[in-house]
Design a protein around this ligand. Structure first.
Ligand SMILES: Nc1nc2c(c(=O)[nH]1)N[C@H]1C(S)=C(S)[C@@H](COP(=O)(O)O)O[C@H]1N2
Ligand SMILES: [Mo]
Length: 553
C-alpha cells in the first residue's frame, strides 16, 4: 500500500455533482424541467435596461444577447451573416479555438488518498468532456468520496472501508437501498432529499444533471456514473484482434493484511475495536459463547475450552460482502483457522425440529440465521486466526464465523451465542445472503456475478514502468456460483478477449491478472463482463459491465 496522502489539487468549477440517484424515479416532471431552455435574456428585459442605463440608443439590429457576444468576441452585430462569411475566420478559427479550449480546460488531476495520480475525465482535443458534458462536475465522486459523505450524515450510518485502493462508489449503496429491501425509503428518495435541499449542493449550482444523464432512448434520467465512460470523448479503442494482452487466473491468491476491507459493527466508533496495539489476550482467554436455543445439550464455553473440545482446522476462504456492488472491493480471501461448527453442532444435539443455527454478535448482530445443514455442508468455522496470526480487532477479534459459498453478511464477528431455532421450511434460506439484491432500475439481480480491479483505482494515471505493460489484477466472484469465464473489452464492448475458468470452485474467489501493452499514450477503458454458472446449469451473465478507465503516458 502506498503512503497515505490527502486528496489534493481538487479545484471546483461551477456546478456540483453528488451521490447517484436512481434513474427511474425522477420521472417526467424533472425531465421536462431539465429540458426547458434555461432563462435566456429576453428582449423586453434588455430594452428596459438599455433605456435606463445607456445614453446611446441600442443599435436597431441588435439584441441583448448579440451585444453580450460582441463584447466577448467581437462577434458582428450588423449585416446578414451570409454576406460576411469571409470576415468570420478572423475569430471563428476551428483548430485554434479547439486547441485553445482544450488548453484552457485541461482535465483535473490529483493525488488520491492512497497516493495514486488520478484523472477522472479524459483529455480530448477540444475539451468536449469538460465544456459540453460538464463531466468534472457530475457523478458522486466529483464532489465527495462515498466514505466522507456517509460519515458526514447527521445520523449514524455504518461504514465500509476498502483495503484495496479501489474507489468506492454508489454501487455499494444499491443493495441495502433497493426498493425490494427498503420499501419506499429507497436510494433515490434518500439521495434526492439530502441533495436537493442541501445548501452545499444548491449553492454550487447542483441540478438534476449533476447526478443524472438524460437518456433519450429510454426516456429516463439515468445515473450519470453508469453512462459516463460511454459518453467521454478521448478514449482510445483497441479491438480484440489488435489488443496486446495476456491474462491468467488462480483461485488461491490471498489478500495481504493491509488490503482487507473493514466493515464497522453497529457500535459507536469508540467501540469499533480497530486498534490492534490494544489487543488484550485476556479477552480471548475469557471469551464465552453460549450454545443455546432448540438443542438438547446447551452449554456455555470459553474459546480455549471450545478449541480443546472440538479442535481446529485451517482453510482458505473468501469473504464477499453480499452488498458488494459492481466493480467494488468489499471482498477478500484469507487462510483462516478455527473451530469447525459441525463439531459444535454435533455436540449441542439440536432438537429434531430445529433447522436453523444463528451465530449472534456481541453487538446484537443477529441477521445470520442459516439452515443447520447449510452451515455443516459449507464447512463453517469459528475463526480465531487469519493468515497464521490472531484475528485482528478489525476482523472481529477474538472470533468470527466464516462459511463457504455464503456472503460476509453471514460471517458474524465476536459471537456471544450460537442459537438453534425452528422456522417454517420455506423461510429457512431467507437469511443466507448470496448477493442477490435487486436493481430497482431493471428488476434484475444487481451485481451477481461480479468482478473488479483491485490494484489501482479507476481513472489512474500510469507512467514509466507502470505503463509498459500496464499490470492489472482483481477478482471475479458470484458467491455460491462458480465463475465460467471473464471477458475483457477495450473498445467499449464491441469486441472481447475471453478468459475461460474451467472447473471453477465457488468456495474460492477467482483472481485474475492481466498485462496490457498500450499501443500508444492515451486513455483506455476496460469493460469486464463476467459469467457464472447458475444452480440450474445455465449461464449467468453480469447485468452491468465492470468499467475501469486508465491513462498511460
Ligand atoms: N458482530 C457483527 N458481525 C458482523 C457484522 C456486524 O455488523 N456485526 N457485519 C457483517 C458483514 S455485513 C460483513 S461484510 C463482515 C465484514 O467483516 P470485516 O470487517 O472483517 O471485513 O462482517 C460481518 N459480521
Ligand atoms: Mo456484508
Amino acid at each position: 500500500m502506498r503512503e497515505q496522502a490527502t486528496r489534493t489539487g481538487r479545484r471546483s468549477r461551477k456546478g456540483i455533482a453528488c451521490a447517484a440517484v436512481l434513474a427511474c424515479v425522477l420521472g417526467a416532471g424533472c425531465l421536462a424541467w431539465g429540458c426547458t431552455p434555461a432563462a435566456a435574456p429576453s428582449d423586453g428585459a434588455d430594452k428596459t435596461a438599455d433605456s435606463t442605463t445607456t445614453t446611446e440608443p441600442a443599435p436597431a439590429t441588435s439584441d441583448g444577447y448579440s451585444d453580450q457576444l460582441a463584447s466577448i468576441s467581437g462577434f458582428p452585430t450588423e449585416g446578414r451573416f451570409v454576406d460576411g462569411v469571409t470576415a468570420l475566420p478572423g475569430f471563428y478559427k476551428n483548430s485554434e479555438k479547439n486547441a485553445a479550449n482544450a488548453e484552457a480546460n485541461e482535465p483535473l488531476r490529483y493525488t488520491d488518498r492512497n497516493g495514486f495520480t488520478v484523472q477522472p475525465v479524459p483529455s480530448d482535443d477540444r475539451a468536449f468532456n469538460i465544456t459540453y458534458l460538464n463531466a468534472e462536475n457530475r457523478g458522486c465522486t466529483s464532489c465527495h468520496t462515498l466514505e466522507s459523505a456517509i460519515m458526514s450524515l447527521p445520523t449514524y450510518h455504518r461504514l465500509i472501508f476498502f483495503g484495496y485502493p479501489t474507489e468506492q462508489t454508489f454501487a455499494n449503496c444499491i443493495a441495502c437501498h433497493s426498493k425490494t429491501y427498503q420499501g419506499t425509503n429507497y436510494l433515490g428518495e434518500a439521495i434526492h432529499n439530502t441533495h436537493m435541499t442541501n445548501a452545499m449542493f444548491t449553492s454550487q449550482g447542483g441540478t438534476c444533471f449533476s447526478c443524472h444523464y438524460n437518456d433519450v432512448e429510454t426516456q429516463t434520467l439515468g445515473r450519470w456514473d453508469d453512462y459516463k465512460y460511454n459518453l467521454y470523448h478521448g478514449i482510445t479503442d483497441v479491438a480484440a484482434e489488435e489488443v496486446q494482452v495476456t491474462t491468467s487466473y488462480d483461485q488461491t491468491t490471498i489478500t495481504p493484511a493491509e488490503n482487507r476491507f473493514f466493515k464497522t459493527v453497529k457500535d459507536e466508533p469508540s467501540e469499533w475495536l480497530v486498534d490492534d496495539t490494544q489487543v488484550d489476550p485476556s479477552i480471548y482467554e475469557n471469551w464465552t459463547v453460549s450454545i443455546d436455543g432448540d438443542c438438547d445439550n446447551p452449554v456455555t464455553m470459553t474459546l480455549p475450552e471450545m478449541e480443546e473440545q472440538f479442535g481446529t482446522v485451517k482453510q482458505v476462504m473468501k469473504m464477499d460482502c453480499t452488498i458488494n456492488g459492481v466493480g467494488q472491493a468489499t471482498i477478500m480471501q484469507s487462510e483462516v483457522e478455527g473451530i469447525p461448527l459441525s463439531k459444535v453442532i454435533e455436540f449441542a444435539k439440536p432438537k429434531a425440529s430445529a433447522n436453523i443455527v444463528s451465530p449472534i454478535g456481541s453487538d446484537g448482530y443477529d441477521y445470520a440465521q442459516m439452515p443447520i445443514d447449510w452451515v455443516v455442508d459449507n464447512n463453517a468455522i469459528l475463526v480465531t486466526k487469519m493468515d497464521g496470526e490472531t484475528l485482528p480487532n478489525t476482523q472481529g477479534y477474538p472470533c468470527m464465523v466464516w462459511v463457504y459459498n455464503t456472503s460476509g453478511g453471514n460471517f458474524v464477528k465476536r459471537i456471544s451465542n450460537l442459537t438453534f431455532m425452528t422456522q417454517p421450511e420455506d423461510a429457512a434460506m431467507s437469511q443466507v445472503y448470496l448477493g442477490e439484491f435487486a436493481d430497482d432500475c431493471t428488476g434484475e439481480v444487481y451485481s451477481k456475478p461480479n468482478s473488479g480491479v483491485l490494484n489501482y483505482p479507476t481513472n489512474v494515471v500510469l507512467t514509466g514502468d507502470e505503463a509498459k505493460p500496464v499490470h492489472l489484477e482483481g477478482f471475479a466472484d458470484a458467491w455460491n456460483e462458480p465463475i465460467k469465464k471473464l471477458e475483457f473489452s477495450f473498445d467499449h464492448g464491441a469486441t472481447w478477449t475471453t478468459l475461460d475458468t474451467p472447473n471453477n470452485d465457488s468456495k474460492y474467489w477467482t483472481y485474475w491478472r492481466m498485462d496490457f501493452t498500450p499501443p500508444e499514450a492515451g486513455t483506455y477503458l476496460m469493460d469486464i463482463r463476467t459469467t457464472s454458472i447458475a444452480p440450474d446449469g445455465s449461464d449467468h451473465v453480469s447485468q452491468y459491465d465492470t468499467q475501469f478507465m486508465f491513462t498511460v503516458e
